[in-house]
Design a protein around this ligand. Structure first.
Ligand SMILES: *[C@@H]1O[C@H](CO)[C@@H](O)[C@H](O)[C@H]1NC(C)=O
Ligand SMILES: *[C@@H]1O[C@H](CO)[C@@H](O)[C@H](O)[C@H]1NC(C)=O
Ligand SMILES: *[C@@H]1O[C@H](CO)[C@@H](O)[C@H](O)[C@H]1NC(C)=O
Ligand SMILES: *[C@@H]1O[C@H](CO)[C@@H](O)[C@H](O)[C@H]1NC(C)=O
Ligand SMILES: *[C@@H]1O[C@H](CO)[C@@H](O)[C@H](O)[C@H]1NC(C)=O
Ligand SMILES: *[C@@H]1O[C@H](CO)[C@@H](O)[C@H](O)[C@H]1NC(C)=O
Ligand SMILES: *[C@@H]1O[C@H](CO)[C@@H](O)[C@H](O)[C@H]1NC(C)=O
Ligand SMILES: *[C@@H]1O[C@H](CO)[C@@H](O)[C@H](O)[C@H]1NC(C)=O
Length: 442
Protein backbone atom coordinates (compact mmCIF):
# COMPACT_ATOMS: atom_id res chain seq x y z
CA UNK A 1 0.00 0.00 0.00
CA UNK A 2 2.87 2.33 0.64
CA UNK A 3 6.08 2.60 -1.28
CA UNK A 4 8.43 1.86 1.59
CA UNK A 5 6.53 -1.09 2.88
CA UNK A 6 8.25 -3.62 5.07
CA UNK A 7 8.64 -7.14 3.65
CA UNK A 8 5.75 -8.29 5.85
CA UNK A 9 3.36 -6.21 3.79
CA UNK A 10 4.32 -7.82 0.51
CA UNK A 11 1.54 -10.27 0.06
CA UNK A 12 3.02 -12.15 -2.87
CA UNK A 13 6.60 -13.22 -2.48
CA UNK A 14 7.78 -14.22 -5.95
CA UNK A 15 8.39 -11.62 -8.64
CA UNK A 16 4.99 -10.59 -9.87
CA UNK A 17 4.37 -10.29 -13.56
CA UNK A 18 1.41 -8.58 -15.10
CA UNK A 19 -0.25 -11.94 -15.61
CA UNK A 20 -0.03 -13.14 -12.05
CA UNK A 21 -1.75 -9.97 -10.91
CA UNK A 22 -4.76 -11.13 -12.86
CA UNK A 23 -4.50 -14.56 -11.27
CA UNK A 24 -4.62 -13.02 -7.85
CA UNK A 25 -7.85 -11.15 -8.37
CA UNK A 26 -9.69 -13.49 -6.03
CA UNK A 27 -7.23 -12.98 -3.20
CA UNK A 28 -7.45 -9.28 -3.93
CA UNK A 29 -11.17 -8.95 -3.46
CA UNK A 30 -10.95 -10.82 -0.19
CA UNK A 31 -8.34 -8.42 1.04
CA UNK A 32 -10.30 -5.40 -0.13
CA UNK A 33 -13.24 -6.68 1.85
CA UNK A 34 -10.99 -7.08 4.84
CA UNK A 35 -9.55 -3.60 4.53
CA UNK A 36 -12.98 -2.07 4.15
CA UNK A 37 -14.11 -3.90 7.22
CA UNK A 38 -11.20 -2.44 9.16
CA UNK A 39 -12.09 1.04 8.03
CA UNK A 40 -15.62 0.64 9.22
CA UNK A 41 -14.42 -0.72 12.52
CA UNK A 42 -12.19 2.29 12.78
CA UNK A 43 -15.15 4.57 12.39
CA UNK A 44 -17.09 2.90 15.13
CA UNK A 45 -14.16 3.04 17.51
CA UNK A 46 -13.99 6.73 16.79
CA UNK A 47 -17.11 7.74 18.67
CA UNK A 48 -15.62 7.49 22.12
CA UNK A 49 -12.47 9.29 21.07
CA UNK A 50 -14.49 12.07 19.50
CA UNK A 51 -16.25 12.68 22.77
CA UNK A 52 -12.95 12.83 24.57
CA UNK A 53 -11.67 15.20 21.99
CA UNK A 54 -14.76 17.37 22.38
CA UNK A 55 -13.90 17.65 26.04
CA UNK A 56 -10.32 18.54 25.17
CA UNK A 57 -11.52 21.21 22.83
CA UNK A 58 -13.58 22.76 25.57
CA UNK A 59 -10.51 22.95 27.74
CA UNK A 60 -8.67 24.61 24.91
CA UNK A 61 -11.44 27.17 24.58
CA UNK A 62 -11.24 28.00 28.27
CA UNK A 63 -7.49 28.37 28.11
CA UNK A 64 -7.85 30.57 25.08
CA UNK A 65 -9.93 33.08 27.04
CA UNK A 66 -6.73 33.97 28.85
CA UNK A 67 -5.08 34.94 25.62
CA UNK A 68 -7.37 37.67 24.41
CA UNK A 69 -4.56 39.63 22.82
CA UNK A 70 -3.38 36.71 20.79
CA UNK A 71 -6.93 36.10 19.71
CA UNK A 72 -7.35 39.69 18.52
CA UNK A 73 -4.09 39.51 16.61
CA UNK A 74 -5.18 36.29 14.92
CA UNK A 75 -8.53 37.80 14.06
CA UNK A 76 -6.73 40.59 12.24
CA UNK A 77 -4.64 38.13 10.28
CA UNK A 78 -7.82 36.39 9.25
CA UNK A 79 -9.41 39.61 8.13
CA UNK A 80 -6.50 40.50 5.92
CA UNK A 81 -6.51 36.97 4.56
CA UNK A 82 -9.86 37.55 2.89
CA UNK A 83 -10.09 38.68 0.17
CA UNK A 84 -6.77 37.08 -0.68
CA UNK A 85 -3.75 38.80 -2.01
CA UNK A 86 -3.40 36.54 -4.99
CA UNK A 87 -3.14 39.22 -7.62
CA UNK A 88 0.23 40.42 -6.38
CA UNK A 89 2.91 39.36 -8.80
CA UNK A 90 5.60 39.04 -6.17
CA UNK A 91 3.67 36.61 -4.04
CA UNK A 92 4.91 33.10 -4.57
CA UNK A 93 3.10 30.56 -2.43
CA UNK A 94 5.95 28.07 -2.55
CA UNK A 95 8.35 30.06 -0.40
CA UNK A 96 7.43 31.22 3.06
CA UNK A 97 7.37 29.98 6.61
CA UNK A 98 5.29 28.00 9.07
CA UNK A 99 3.54 30.15 11.67
CA UNK A 100 2.34 28.59 14.90
CA UNK A 101 -1.39 29.31 15.01
CA UNK A 102 -3.42 27.32 17.50
CA UNK A 103 -6.46 29.54 16.88
CA UNK A 104 -7.18 28.85 13.22
CA UNK A 105 -5.55 25.38 13.07
CA UNK A 106 -6.38 22.59 12.67
CA UNK A 107 -9.02 23.11 9.98
CA UNK A 108 -10.96 20.04 11.18
CA UNK A 109 -10.77 17.35 13.82
CA UNK A 110 -9.20 14.13 12.59
CA UNK A 111 -10.95 12.25 15.37
CA UNK A 112 -14.31 13.42 14.09
CA UNK A 113 -13.65 12.98 10.38
CA UNK A 114 -15.81 10.02 9.33
CA UNK A 115 -13.59 9.22 6.37
CA UNK A 116 -10.06 9.45 7.74
CA UNK A 117 -7.77 6.43 7.21
CA UNK A 118 -6.31 4.71 10.28
CA UNK A 119 -2.75 4.95 8.96
CA UNK A 120 -3.03 8.76 8.96
CA UNK A 121 -5.03 9.24 12.11
CA UNK A 122 -2.05 9.79 14.40
CA UNK A 123 -3.83 11.25 17.43
CA UNK A 124 -6.22 8.34 17.44
CA UNK A 125 -3.35 5.86 17.46
CA UNK A 126 -1.39 7.29 20.34
CA UNK A 127 0.40 10.41 19.18
CA UNK A 128 0.21 12.70 22.21
CA UNK A 129 1.89 15.92 21.05
CA UNK A 130 -0.53 18.14 19.16
CA UNK A 131 1.67 20.94 17.88
CA UNK A 132 1.94 19.35 14.45
CA UNK A 133 -1.74 20.21 13.88
CA UNK A 134 -1.29 23.90 14.64
CA UNK A 135 0.91 25.25 11.91
CA UNK A 136 -0.29 27.60 9.21
CA UNK A 137 1.71 28.13 6.03
CA UNK A 138 2.51 31.82 5.46
CA UNK A 139 3.97 32.60 2.02
CA UNK A 140 6.35 35.55 1.90
CA UNK A 141 4.40 38.65 0.94
CA UNK A 142 0.83 37.37 1.22
CA UNK A 143 -1.51 34.95 2.95
CA UNK A 144 -2.99 31.85 1.41
CA UNK A 145 -6.68 32.32 0.67
CA UNK A 146 -8.73 31.20 3.63
CA UNK A 147 -10.26 27.80 3.03
CA UNK A 148 -14.06 27.72 3.01
CA UNK A 149 -15.57 24.28 2.42
CA UNK A 150 -18.98 25.61 1.44
CA UNK A 151 -17.50 27.86 -1.18
CA UNK A 152 -15.43 24.99 -2.55
CA UNK A 153 -18.45 22.71 -2.76
CA UNK A 154 -20.38 25.45 -4.56
CA UNK A 155 -17.49 25.82 -6.98
CA UNK A 156 -17.45 22.07 -7.60
CA UNK A 157 -21.19 21.72 -7.96
CA UNK A 158 -22.05 19.10 -10.63
CA UNK A 159 -18.37 18.37 -11.09
CA UNK A 160 -16.01 15.47 -10.58
CA UNK A 161 -12.54 16.01 -9.16
CA UNK A 162 -10.09 13.11 -9.23
CA UNK A 163 -6.74 12.61 -7.55
CA UNK A 164 -4.66 10.16 -9.61
CA UNK A 165 -1.48 8.66 -8.25
CA UNK A 166 0.10 7.00 -5.25
CA UNK A 167 -0.54 6.86 -1.51
CA UNK A 168 0.73 10.42 -1.03
CA UNK A 169 -1.90 11.65 -3.41
CA UNK A 170 -4.39 9.50 -1.51
CA UNK A 171 -3.16 11.23 1.62
CA UNK A 172 -4.10 14.54 0.00
CA UNK A 173 -7.47 13.14 -1.06
CA UNK A 174 -8.25 12.02 2.51
CA UNK A 175 -7.26 15.48 3.70
CA UNK A 176 -9.59 17.21 1.22
CA UNK A 177 -12.44 14.88 2.10
CA UNK A 178 -11.99 15.67 5.79
CA UNK A 179 -11.74 19.40 5.04
CA UNK A 180 -15.02 19.25 3.17
CA UNK A 181 -17.08 16.66 5.04
CA UNK A 182 -16.95 18.61 8.29
CA UNK A 183 -19.25 21.14 6.61
CA UNK A 184 -21.83 18.41 5.84
CA UNK A 185 -23.09 17.36 9.28
CA UNK A 186 -25.90 15.17 7.93
CA UNK A 187 -24.48 11.67 7.30
CA UNK A 188 -27.16 10.94 4.73
CA UNK A 189 -25.79 13.63 2.46
CA UNK A 190 -22.30 12.18 2.07
CA UNK A 191 -20.88 8.82 1.16
CA UNK A 192 -17.64 7.00 0.44
CA UNK A 193 -17.38 3.99 -1.86
CA UNK A 194 -14.42 1.66 -2.42
CA UNK A 195 -14.30 0.05 -5.83
CA UNK A 196 -10.95 -1.53 -6.68
CA UNK A 197 -8.52 1.22 -7.64
CA UNK A 198 -11.16 3.89 -7.22
CA UNK A 199 -12.31 5.44 -3.97
CA UNK A 200 -15.14 7.87 -4.31
CA UNK A 201 -16.49 10.55 -2.01
CA UNK A 202 -19.83 12.10 -2.83
CA UNK A 203 -21.55 15.18 -1.47
CA UNK A 204 -25.13 14.69 -2.63
CA UNK A 205 -26.56 18.16 -2.03
CA UNK A 206 -23.99 19.59 -4.41
CA UNK A 207 -23.66 16.59 -6.74
CA UNK A 208 -19.92 16.80 -6.11
CA UNK A 209 -17.65 13.81 -6.55
CA UNK A 210 -14.13 13.79 -5.11
CA UNK A 211 -12.29 10.64 -6.14
CA UNK A 212 -8.97 8.99 -5.68
CA UNK A 213 -7.66 6.61 -8.33
CA UNK A 214 -4.68 4.38 -7.60
CA UNK A 215 -2.05 4.54 -10.32
CA UNK A 216 1.33 5.05 -8.64
CA UNK A 217 3.44 4.89 -11.80
CA UNK A 218 0.91 6.78 -13.97
CA UNK A 219 1.10 4.29 -16.84
CA UNK A 220 0.01 0.66 -16.47
CA UNK A 221 2.34 -1.38 -14.31
CA UNK A 222 2.69 -4.39 -12.03
CA UNK A 223 1.85 -2.06 -9.13
CA UNK A 224 -1.66 -1.25 -10.27
CA UNK A 225 -3.34 -3.26 -7.57
CA UNK A 226 -3.94 -0.91 -4.64
CA UNK A 227 -3.41 -3.68 -2.08
CA UNK A 228 -1.24 -6.37 -3.61
CA UNK A 229 1.89 -5.06 -5.22
CA UNK A 230 5.59 -5.48 -4.99
CA UNK A 231 7.39 -2.33 -4.04
CA UNK A 232 10.92 -3.27 -5.01
CA UNK A 233 10.40 -4.95 -8.37
CA UNK A 234 8.76 -2.72 -10.91
CA UNK A 235 7.61 -3.11 -14.46
CA UNK A 236 5.85 -0.36 -16.34
CA UNK A 237 4.24 -0.58 -19.74
CA UNK A 238 5.65 2.18 -21.89
CA UNK A 239 2.70 2.49 -24.21
CA UNK A 240 -0.28 1.60 -22.04
CA UNK A 241 -2.30 4.13 -20.08
CA UNK A 242 -5.86 3.69 -21.38
CA UNK A 243 -7.02 1.34 -18.66
CA UNK A 244 -6.22 4.08 -16.14
CA UNK A 245 -7.30 6.97 -18.30
CA UNK A 246 -10.77 5.49 -18.63
CA UNK A 247 -11.19 6.10 -14.92
CA UNK A 248 -10.48 9.83 -15.13
CA UNK A 249 -10.97 10.99 -18.71
CA UNK A 250 -14.38 12.55 -17.94
CA UNK A 251 -13.22 14.42 -14.85
CA UNK A 252 -13.50 18.18 -14.58
CA UNK A 253 -10.42 18.52 -12.40
CA UNK A 254 -7.52 16.05 -12.21
CA UNK A 255 -4.62 16.18 -9.77
CA UNK A 256 -1.80 13.83 -10.74
CA UNK A 257 1.22 13.04 -8.65
CA UNK A 258 4.14 10.65 -8.92
CA UNK A 259 7.42 10.80 -7.09
CA UNK A 260 8.35 8.34 -4.33
CA UNK A 261 7.76 5.27 -6.48
CA UNK A 262 10.59 6.34 -8.77
CA UNK A 263 13.09 6.76 -5.97
CA UNK A 264 15.79 4.18 -5.38
CA UNK A 265 15.70 2.07 -2.23
CA UNK A 266 19.24 0.91 -2.99
CA UNK A 267 21.89 2.63 -5.08
CA UNK A 268 21.75 -0.07 -7.76
CA UNK A 269 17.96 -0.27 -7.97
CA UNK A 270 16.67 -0.32 -11.55
CA UNK A 271 13.34 -1.13 -13.13
CA UNK A 272 11.88 -2.75 -16.22
CA UNK A 273 9.94 -1.24 -19.07
CA UNK A 274 7.74 -3.40 -21.20
CA UNK A 275 6.98 -2.59 -24.81
CA UNK A 276 4.34 -4.45 -26.81
CA UNK A 277 2.29 -7.11 -25.05
CA UNK A 278 2.13 -10.80 -24.20
CA UNK A 279 -1.20 -11.05 -26.00
CA UNK A 280 0.25 -9.74 -29.25
CA UNK A 281 3.37 -11.85 -28.82
CA UNK A 282 5.69 -8.89 -29.21
CA UNK A 283 6.47 -8.27 -25.55
CA UNK A 284 9.94 -6.84 -25.02
CA UNK A 285 11.48 -5.94 -21.67
CA UNK A 286 14.17 -3.37 -21.15
CA UNK A 287 15.94 -2.49 -17.93
CA UNK A 288 16.34 1.21 -17.20
CA UNK A 289 17.27 3.63 -14.44
CA UNK A 290 14.33 4.60 -12.22
CA UNK A 291 14.42 8.20 -13.38
CA UNK A 292 14.30 7.10 -17.03
CA UNK A 293 11.17 5.12 -16.19
CA UNK A 294 9.67 8.33 -14.77
CA UNK A 295 10.36 10.12 -18.06
CA UNK A 296 8.80 7.29 -20.07
CA UNK A 297 5.65 7.52 -17.95
CA UNK A 298 5.58 11.32 -18.19
CA UNK A 299 5.98 11.19 -21.94
CA UNK A 300 3.05 8.79 -22.27
CA UNK A 301 0.83 10.78 -19.93
CA UNK A 302 1.66 14.02 -21.74
CA UNK A 303 0.93 12.44 -25.10
CA UNK A 304 -2.41 11.11 -23.83
CA UNK A 305 -3.42 14.48 -22.41
CA UNK A 306 -2.46 16.24 -25.62
CA UNK A 307 -4.60 13.91 -27.71
CA UNK A 308 -7.59 13.45 -25.43
CA UNK A 309 -8.16 16.22 -22.97
CA UNK A 310 -10.92 18.73 -23.60
CA UNK A 311 -9.19 21.87 -22.46
CA UNK A 312 -12.48 23.72 -22.17
CA UNK A 313 -13.66 21.26 -19.61
CA UNK A 314 -10.80 19.71 -17.67
CA UNK A 315 -8.36 21.50 -15.46
CA UNK A 316 -5.15 19.62 -14.73
CA UNK A 317 -2.75 19.86 -11.81
CA UNK A 318 0.42 18.03 -10.92
CA UNK A 319 1.13 17.83 -7.19
CA UNK A 320 4.76 18.48 -6.35
CA UNK A 321 7.09 15.94 -4.79
CA UNK A 322 6.27 15.07 -1.21
CA UNK A 323 9.54 14.79 0.73
CA UNK A 324 10.29 11.98 3.17
CA UNK A 325 12.07 12.34 6.51
CA UNK A 326 13.76 8.99 6.81
CA UNK A 327 17.26 10.30 7.44
CA UNK A 328 17.44 12.13 10.75
CA UNK A 329 21.08 13.08 10.17
CA UNK A 330 19.69 15.61 7.68
CA UNK A 331 18.62 17.81 10.60
CA UNK A 332 21.18 16.65 13.15
CA UNK A 333 19.31 13.65 14.55
CA UNK A 334 20.18 9.97 14.79
CA UNK A 335 19.31 8.07 11.61
CA UNK A 336 17.99 4.94 13.31
CA UNK A 337 15.22 6.98 15.01
CA UNK A 338 14.04 8.32 11.64
CA UNK A 339 11.51 11.08 12.38
CA UNK A 340 10.17 9.56 15.61
CA UNK A 341 9.55 12.06 18.43
CA UNK A 342 10.08 15.08 16.18
CA UNK A 343 7.59 17.67 17.41
CA UNK A 344 8.64 20.84 15.58
CA UNK A 345 9.44 21.80 11.99
CA UNK A 346 12.90 22.67 10.79
CA UNK A 347 13.13 26.43 11.28
CA UNK A 348 16.08 27.15 9.00
CA UNK A 349 14.76 29.34 6.17
CA UNK A 350 15.36 27.84 2.75
CA UNK A 351 16.04 24.36 4.19
CA UNK A 352 16.01 21.66 1.58
CA UNK A 353 16.69 18.11 2.77
CA UNK A 354 19.57 16.54 0.88
CA UNK A 355 17.43 13.54 -0.04
CA UNK A 356 14.63 15.58 -1.63
CA UNK A 357 14.82 15.55 -5.40
CA UNK A 358 13.47 18.83 -6.76
CA UNK A 359 14.57 17.95 -10.29
CA UNK A 360 11.79 15.43 -10.92
CA UNK A 361 9.20 18.16 -10.57
CA UNK A 362 11.19 20.24 -13.06
CA UNK A 363 11.13 17.30 -15.47
CA UNK A 364 7.36 16.99 -15.12
CA UNK A 365 7.02 20.73 -15.69
CA UNK A 366 9.06 20.60 -18.87
CA UNK A 367 7.12 17.65 -20.30
CA UNK A 368 3.78 19.29 -19.55
CA UNK A 369 5.16 22.52 -20.98
CA UNK A 370 5.04 20.91 -24.43
CA UNK A 371 1.23 21.01 -24.19
CA UNK A 372 1.09 24.79 -23.89
CA UNK A 373 0.93 25.34 -27.65
CA UNK A 374 -2.29 23.31 -27.63
CA UNK A 375 -3.70 25.58 -24.94
CA UNK A 376 -3.43 22.86 -22.29
CA UNK A 377 -1.93 24.21 -19.11
CA UNK A 378 -0.90 21.80 -16.37
CA UNK A 379 -0.51 23.67 -13.10
CA UNK A 380 2.13 22.55 -10.62
CA UNK A 381 1.20 22.62 -6.94
CA UNK A 382 4.70 23.28 -5.71
CA UNK A 383 4.47 22.09 -2.12
CA UNK A 384 7.88 20.50 -1.79
CA UNK A 385 9.83 23.06 0.21
CA UNK A 386 7.06 23.76 2.69
CA UNK A 387 6.73 20.02 3.31
CA UNK A 388 10.48 19.60 3.57
CA UNK A 389 10.44 21.71 6.76
CA UNK A 390 7.91 19.42 8.40
CA UNK A 391 9.96 16.59 9.89
CA UNK A 392 7.34 16.59 12.68
CA UNK A 393 4.41 15.86 10.39
CA UNK A 394 4.61 12.08 9.89
CA UNK A 395 2.69 9.22 11.53
CA UNK A 396 5.88 7.40 12.62
CA UNK A 397 4.60 4.52 14.81
CA UNK A 398 1.26 6.14 15.66
CA UNK A 399 -0.85 4.48 13.03
CA UNK A 400 -2.71 1.35 12.12
CA UNK A 401 -2.40 -0.25 8.74
CA UNK A 402 -3.82 -3.76 8.65
CA UNK A 403 -3.34 -4.21 12.38
CA UNK A 404 -2.10 -1.91 15.12
CA UNK A 405 1.66 -1.98 15.68
CA UNK A 406 2.84 -4.12 18.55
CA UNK A 407 4.88 -2.70 21.45
CA UNK A 408 8.04 -4.20 19.98
CA UNK A 409 7.34 -2.65 16.60
CA UNK A 410 6.66 0.71 18.18
CA UNK A 411 10.04 0.56 19.89
CA UNK A 412 11.74 -0.03 16.55
CA UNK A 413 11.40 3.15 14.50
CA UNK A 414 14.14 2.13 12.07
CA UNK A 415 11.83 -0.59 10.72
CA UNK A 416 8.37 0.66 11.60
CA UNK A 417 8.25 4.44 11.67
CA UNK A 418 6.42 5.87 8.67
CA UNK A 419 8.19 9.11 7.78
CA UNK A 420 6.73 9.24 4.28
CA UNK A 421 3.00 9.79 4.71
CA UNK A 422 1.50 12.63 6.73
CA UNK A 423 -0.64 12.79 9.85
CA UNK A 424 -4.04 14.40 9.41
CA UNK A 425 -4.91 17.10 10.16
CA UNK A 426 -1.55 18.25 8.93
CA UNK A 427 0.67 19.16 6.02
CA UNK A 428 -1.56 17.93 3.13
CA UNK A 429 -4.26 20.33 4.34
CA UNK A 430 -1.96 23.07 3.09
CA UNK A 431 -1.52 21.34 -0.26
CA UNK A 432 -5.29 21.50 -0.52
CA UNK A 433 -5.28 25.15 0.41
CA UNK A 434 -3.05 25.61 -2.64
CA UNK A 435 -5.54 23.65 -4.73
CA UNK A 436 -8.39 25.72 -3.31
CA UNK A 437 -6.52 28.92 -4.08
CA UNK A 438 -5.96 27.88 -7.68
CA UNK A 439 -9.54 26.75 -8.17
CA UNK A 440 -11.11 29.83 -6.63
CA UNK A 441 -8.77 32.61 -7.69
CA UNK A 442 -6.35 31.61 -10.44
C1 LIG B 1 -1.51 28.79 21.85
O1 LIG B 1 -0.17 29.14 21.57
C2 LIG B 1 0.30 30.18 22.40
C3 LIG B 1 1.63 30.63 21.85
O2 LIG B 1 2.49 29.56 21.67
C4 LIG B 1 0.36 29.68 23.83
O3 LIG B 1 0.83 30.68 24.68
C5 LIG B 1 -1.04 29.28 24.27
O4 LIG B 1 -1.02 28.69 25.54
C6 LIG B 1 -1.65 28.29 23.29
N1 LIG B 1 -3.05 28.16 23.59
C7 LIG B 1 -3.63 27.00 23.66
C8 LIG B 1 -5.08 27.05 23.96
O5 LIG B 1 -3.03 25.94 23.49
C1 LIG C 1 8.57 30.56 -6.75
O1 LIG C 1 9.89 30.68 -6.24
C2 LIG C 1 10.74 29.60 -6.56
C3 LIG C 1 12.04 29.80 -5.84
O2 LIG C 1 12.52 31.07 -5.99
C4 LIG C 1 10.89 29.51 -8.07
O3 LIG C 1 11.70 28.42 -8.42
C5 LIG C 1 9.52 29.33 -8.71
O4 LIG C 1 9.62 29.32 -10.11
C6 LIG C 1 8.60 30.46 -8.29
N1 LIG C 1 7.29 30.19 -8.80
C7 LIG C 1 6.57 31.10 -9.43
C8 LIG C 1 5.23 30.67 -9.89
O5 LIG C 1 7.00 32.22 -9.64
C1 LIG D 1 -18.03 30.36 3.78
O1 LIG D 1 -18.71 30.73 2.61
C2 LIG D 1 -20.11 30.78 2.79
C3 LIG D 1 -20.72 30.92 1.41
O2 LIG D 1 -20.07 31.94 0.69
C4 LIG D 1 -20.45 31.88 3.77
O3 LIG D 1 -21.84 31.95 3.96
C5 LIG D 1 -19.77 31.58 5.09
O4 LIG D 1 -19.94 32.64 5.97
C6 LIG D 1 -18.27 31.36 4.88
N1 LIG D 1 -17.71 30.88 6.11
C7 LIG D 1 -16.68 31.47 6.70
C8 LIG D 1 -16.21 30.84 7.96
O5 LIG D 1 -16.13 32.43 6.23
C1 LIG E 1 -23.75 15.51 -11.48
O1 LIG E 1 -22.32 15.54 -11.66
C2 LIG E 1 -21.86 14.78 -12.76
C3 LIG E 1 -20.33 14.90 -12.77
O2 LIG E 1 -19.78 14.32 -11.66
C4 LIG E 1 -22.46 15.28 -14.05
O3 LIG E 1 -22.04 14.47 -15.12
C5 LIG E 1 -23.97 15.28 -13.96
O4 LIG E 1 -24.51 15.86 -15.11
C6 LIG E 1 -24.41 16.04 -12.73
N1 LIG E 1 -25.86 15.95 -12.58
C7 LIG E 1 -26.65 17.00 -12.73
C8 LIG E 1 -28.10 16.73 -12.48
O5 LIG E 1 -26.25 18.09 -13.02
C1 LIG F 1 -16.89 -0.38 -9.98
O1 LIG F 1 -16.11 -0.04 -11.11
C2 LIG F 1 -16.44 -0.71 -12.30
C3 LIG F 1 -15.49 -0.26 -13.37
O2 LIG F 1 -14.18 -0.44 -12.97
C4 LIG F 1 -17.88 -0.42 -12.68
O3 LIG F 1 -18.22 -1.14 -13.83
C5 LIG F 1 -18.79 -0.76 -11.55
O4 LIG F 1 -20.10 -0.35 -11.86
C6 LIG F 1 -18.35 -0.08 -10.26
N1 LIG F 1 -19.16 -0.53 -9.16
C7 LIG F 1 -19.78 0.31 -8.35
C8 LIG F 1 -20.58 -0.31 -7.25
O5 LIG F 1 -19.73 1.52 -8.48
C1 LIG G 1 -13.31 25.71 -26.50
O1 LIG G 1 -13.71 27.04 -26.28
C2 LIG G 1 -13.35 27.89 -27.37
C3 LIG G 1 -13.65 29.35 -26.98
O2 LIG G 1 -14.74 29.43 -26.12
C4 LIG G 1 -14.11 27.46 -28.61
O3 LIG G 1 -13.79 28.28 -29.71
C5 LIG G 1 -13.74 26.02 -28.94
O4 LIG G 1 -14.51 25.54 -30.03
C6 LIG G 1 -13.97 25.11 -27.74
N1 LIG G 1 -13.39 23.81 -28.03
C7 LIG G 1 -14.05 22.69 -27.83
C8 LIG G 1 -13.31 21.42 -28.16
O5 LIG G 1 -15.17 22.63 -27.38
C1 LIG H 1 10.40 8.73 21.94
O1 LIG H 1 9.62 9.21 23.03
C2 LIG H 1 9.18 8.17 23.89
C3 LIG H 1 8.23 8.78 24.91
O2 LIG H 1 8.74 9.98 25.39
C4 LIG H 1 10.39 7.51 24.54
O3 LIG H 1 9.97 6.46 25.37
C5 LIG H 1 11.27 6.94 23.44
O4 LIG H 1 12.46 6.43 23.98
C6 LIG H 1 11.64 8.02 22.43
N1 LIG H 1 12.33 7.38 21.33
C7 LIG H 1 13.35 7.92 20.70
C8 LIG H 1 13.96 7.11 19.61
O5 LIG H 1 13.79 9.02 21.00
C1 LIG I 1 9.28 24.76 -6.43
O1 LIG I 1 9.59 25.68 -5.41
C2 LIG I 1 10.92 25.59 -4.98
C3 LIG I 1 11.08 26.58 -3.85
O2 LIG I 1 10.18 26.30 -2.85
C4 LIG I 1 11.85 25.87 -6.13
O3 LIG I 1 13.19 25.71 -5.69
C5 LIG I 1 11.57 24.94 -7.28
O4 LIG I 1 12.35 25.33 -8.39
C6 LIG I 1 10.12 25.00 -7.65
N1 LIG I 1 9.88 23.99 -8.67
C7 LIG I 1 9.01 24.12 -9.67
C8 LIG I 1 8.88 22.99 -10.64
O5 LIG I 1 8.31 25.11 -9.78
Amino acid sequence: MKPEATPKMTVLSSPVGLKSIINSLVAFSIIVGFATFLFYQGQEGQVLMAIEHGHQEMQVQVAAEHHEQLRVKEAKVQLTAEPPDVSKEECNWSTGQWVYDNMSRPLYSGLKCAFIFPELSCDKYGRKDAMYQHWRWKPHGCDLPRFNATRLLEKLRNKRLVFVGDSLNRNQWVSLVCMVEASIPDDRLKMRVFNGSLISFKAFEYNVTIDFYWSPLLVESNSDDPIIHRVEYRIIRADRIDKHANAWRDADIIIFNSYVWWRKHKPDMRMKVMYGSFEDGDARLEEVEMVDGFEIALRKLTEWLGENIDKNRTRIFFAGSSPTHNWASNWGGVDRNKCLNETEPVYKVGYKATGTDYSMMEKAKSYFGTLEHKGIHVEILNITELSDYRKDGHPTVFRKQFAPLTKEQMANPASYADCTHWCLPGVPDVWNEFLYGYLMYK
